[in-house]
Write a new protein. Structure first.
Length: 157
């Protein structure tokens, strides 16, 4: 299993070692331990460009998922590449601070939100969606299940 993390932003510092541990735990908890996922950490400006280019929406967003065509090739040797995920670290920091319990350190709020957005995007790569109420419930339940396993893994490390 591989989670490649490319940090292409410079505004917000991250503990990439701890983050990679959490992301790998998320991939394992999602039941795709043999899969490959690439994560691109970017600025609001960069994700706005991606959002405009790929979705036709000229505004920043928190995360984007780009499923890989490789994931559907039967008999392809090696790990299955699920796709790429882009996360705006600036937006993750703001959302993480907003959602965190009072007193949560800034770096932990950021880490939690990046993992949350990664899990959300990973579920999209795995075919989940939230267009209907039923789909949204299933996706939230899957995200909660993965989050519990990731939290347990981080406590053990």
């Amino acid at each position: 299993m591989s989670v490649e993390v490319l940090n292409r932003q410079r505004k917000v510092r991250l503990d990439l070692g701890r983050l990679k541990t959490a992301l790998r735990a998320a991939v394992e908890a999602a039941g795709v331990a043999e899969a490959e996922v690439d994560l691109l950490l970017v600025s609001d400006r960069a994700i706005r460009i991606l959002n405009r280019e790929w979705r036709g929406l000229d505004r920043p967003t928190d995360c984007l998922s780009f499923p890989s065509a490789d994931g559907d090739v039967p008999g392809r040797p090696g790990p299955r590449h699920l796709g790429d995920i882009a996360i705006s670290v600036e937006r993750a920091l703001a959302q993480g601070i907003e959602r965190a319990r009072p007193g949560t350190p800034r770096d932990r709020a950021l880490e939690h939100e990046v993992v949350h957005l990664f899990v959300h995007s990973l579920l999209h790569l795995l075919g989940h969606d939230h267009e209907t109420a039923a789909e949204a419930r299933r996706m939230r339940a899957a995200a909660r299940r993965i989050a519990r396993r990731v939290s347990a893994r981080l406590r053990d490390d």
